[in-house]
Ligand binder design. Structure first.
Ligand SMILES: [Cu+2]
Length: 121
């Protein structure tokens, strides 16, 4: 019993620290993606994860250069259980940060952030 409990603790720790081989839902693709420079403001932010995610318990935010939240939310689609989207308002040229905090269907929270730039026209 003691051994099993110990093993469980190790597994939980590894999950939080983000070992790549684990099954929970890390971000695998994003549009716009990290460090992207886009000529036109994206109408939607789309994040794809390595496993299923729960839209009702997940949030994507877009922050402007000053750190102010421009918009937040998250939509899923029943036929795309690994994807979340966020409709973006008209973004002016500038740097933005996409932050996400999602509930993976294995029960773990996965969070992260990255930056993209809308170039001046
Ligand atoms: Cu996990």
């Amino acid at each position: 019993m003691k051994v099993k409990f110990g093993a469980g603790l190790v597994a939980a720790f590894l999950c939080v620290s983000g070992g790549a081989a684990l099954a929970h839902s890390f971000l695998v693709d994003a549009s716009p993606s990290a460090k992207d420079h886009v000529a036109a403001a994206p109408k939607v932010v789309k994040l794809r994860f390595g496993g299923g995610v729960e839209p009702a318990y997940s949030t994507i935010s877009i922050l402007d250069e000053s750190g102010k939240t421009v918009v937040e939310g998250a939509k899923g689609a029943p036929d795309k259980p690994r994807e979340l989207t966020l409709d973006a308002p008209a973004l002016a040229a500038g740097k933005y940060v996409v932050k996400y905090r999602v509930l993976s269907s294995d029960g773990h929270i996965v969070e992260g952030k990255y930056e993209f730039t809308v170039d001046a026209r």
